[in-house]
Unconditional design. Structure first.
Lengths: 304, 222
């Protein structure tokens, strides 16, 4: 359904080193499957997701969705193709001065549905999928985060797309609300056969939802495996980053002096002393990497 | 008090002149300044469709007009004013420089309002396959509406004050009346009456603007 072939994306800003956010990624997402993409902040996963609908045009490589090579389309054709690719975001990205129904109507308007009654009917239908019809005339400011994301899902689904791209859709939500939103995504995938690509830094989300997992680091997909492996006893990811993501989450080193607790202190002087107890424990290089990532994940958890 | 009553016809006339100046300058500024402000936003170096070179030129012209003190602009464009309204004195002659000044003034406010909105909804719209025009009409102007109403209010208030300088070319208006009778003729009561009227006018404009802006704003819980 989605085929990325040697996709690279480099950001060049004047006065800065060019930054390669996505580095020669090739990925196949089968029709009707749920593809998870996991990695830390700055791994390039959001850029890769934006490469799929060309919100971010890759510097090189080909992107095909539903048999159409998007990278070869002109602007008008690309806009038409995007009507078949829904997208939801971490920040929901609703139009705050429009009601819930009007927000959902917007995607239909953009897709060229001229008749207003038809638009309203289909918007109501989409709101029904995420069980939020009672909020149709309410404005986003009056909704909770989970409700906003459900409206965003309805907006993305109203045009009946074949693909749904999800950029950290639950990162701003609490665990309970996360479960609700993921349930809707799973339902949508099962009922309508929509191909879902979800980017996240939460392994929980991947475990719950994905069929296949791609692990990203430094712009590259370093590891791919079926999500069923995650539930298999004794599954051991090949890469250190995969190992870390599968670990029990944040583990802090509490052996050092308290003054080193701040991030800056840790970077300046704490590094060698504070790391030593864990380094002594670690058996392989993967374990060492894991402890390095502990601080990273701990501080970057809330940041996109 | 008798003096003020005696001046009522003049005061009346001056109010009408002020209404005429503001009534033409502000709507024209909104009509032309809005697209200009959108243009500045869209073609900014980091905008939806960057056009750095023409943006720099247009932005420079906007800055130039904005940096003219109104009194000097009034004089500097007299030939243009004469070309447009056929005269360089009177109320009509003031409306031209007022409008010329108000267009870039309002355009900058529009640009600022839209820039402040944040890129989330725009990004979502691009993902939905919206054209640039659709994004401007259905997303940017919709979310910027309360801010734009606020900007119209600010522009109106500022230009009521600018219109007081119209006396230089015999443009009249309530501010000019205050200067003529209060300053040149030492008729303090007439000046006070004129000032009270200006304060009332500004208060009314501000009150109405704030109410309208709030009524159109759904971005916060009521």
């Amino acid at each position: 359904m989605i085929s990325l072939s040697h996709v690279s994306t480099t950001f060049a800003a004047r006065g800065h080193e060019p930054l390669t956010a996505v580095d020669d990624v090739s990925l196949e997402v089968p029709r009707g499957s749920i593809q998870g993409i996991i990695g830390f902040s700055g791994a390039g996963k959001s850029t890769l997701l934006r490469n799929i609908n060309l919100l971010e045009r890759p510097t090189s490589g080909q992107v095909s969705v539903a048999g159409t090579e998007l990278t070869g389309l002109d602007d008008a054709a690309l806009r038409r193709a995007r009507h078949q690719i829904g997208m939801i975001f971490q920040g929901f990205n609703l139009v705050n001065n429009l009601s819930v129904a009007q927000n959902v109507e917007l995607s239909l308007k953009f897709a060229g549905v001229k008749d207003r009654r038809e638009r309203l009917r289909r918007a109501a239908e989409a709101l029904e999928i995420v069980d939020i019809t009672d909020k149709a005339s309410v404005y986003p400011a009056q909704l909770s985060g989970g409700q906003k994301q459900r409206v965003a899902i309805a907006r993305a689904l109203a045009t009946k797309p074949e693909v749904l791209l999800c950029d950290e859709p639950t990162s701003a939500l609490d665990p309970f609300t996360t479960a609700t939103v993921l349930q809707y995504l799973a339902d949508v995938n099962r009922e309508f056969g929509i191909t879902v690509v979800i980017v996240t830094h939460e392994m929980e989300v991947i475990k719950a939802l994905a069929d296949n997992v791609a692990v990203m680091e430094d712009g590259r997909v370093v590891e791919e495996f079926p999500a069923s492996e995650l539930r298999r006893e004794g599954f051991n990811p090949r890469t250190s980053i995969g190992k870390y993501l599968l670990s029990d989450g944040i583990r802090l080193d509490r052996s050092g002096p308290a003054a080193h607790g701040s991030e800056s202190g840790e970077q300046k002087s704490g590094q060698s002393t504070r790391r030593s107890p864990q380094h002594a424990e670690s058996q392989d290089q993967g374990q060492t990497r894991r402890s390095e990532h502990a601080a990273l994940a701990g501080s970057a958890g809330g940041v996109r | 008090m008798d003096l003020v009553i005696e001046r009522l016809p003049e005061i009346n006339q001056a109010m009408l002149e002020t209404f005429a100046m503001i009534g033409v300058a502000i709507p024209v500024a909104v009509l032309l300044g809005t697209p200009l402000g959108i243009w500045l936003f869209v073609h900014a170096p980091d905008g939806l469709a960057p056009r750095p070179r023409s943006h720099a030129i247009v932005s420079g012209v906007v800055n130039m007009i904005r940096s003219f003190p109104f009194l000097i602009l009034l004089i500097a464009i007299i030939p243009f004013t004469r070309f447009v309204v056929g005269t360089s004195v009177g109320t009509a002659a003031v409306i031209v420089p007022l409008t010329i000044n108000a267009i870039p003034y309002f355009a900058r406010l529009v640009e600022q309002n839209i820039t402040q909105l944040g890129s989330g909804a725009v990004e979502a719209s691009r993902a939905m396959g919206a054209t640039r025009g659709q994004i401007i009409r259905n997303v940017l102007l919709v979310d910027a509406k309360p801010g734009l109403i606020g900007s119209i209010t600010i522009t109106t208030v500022s230009f009521i004050s600018y219109s007081a300088m119209s006396g230089l070319v015999g443009g009249g208006g309530i501010g000019d009346l205050a200067i003529r009778y209060g300053y040149y003729r030492y008729e303090t009561p007439t000046m006070i009456a004129a000032i009270v009227l200006m304060v009332l006018l500004v208060t009314l404009v501000q009150f109405a603007g704030t109410r309208l802006a709030r009524a159109s704003d759904r971005r916060v819980t009521a």
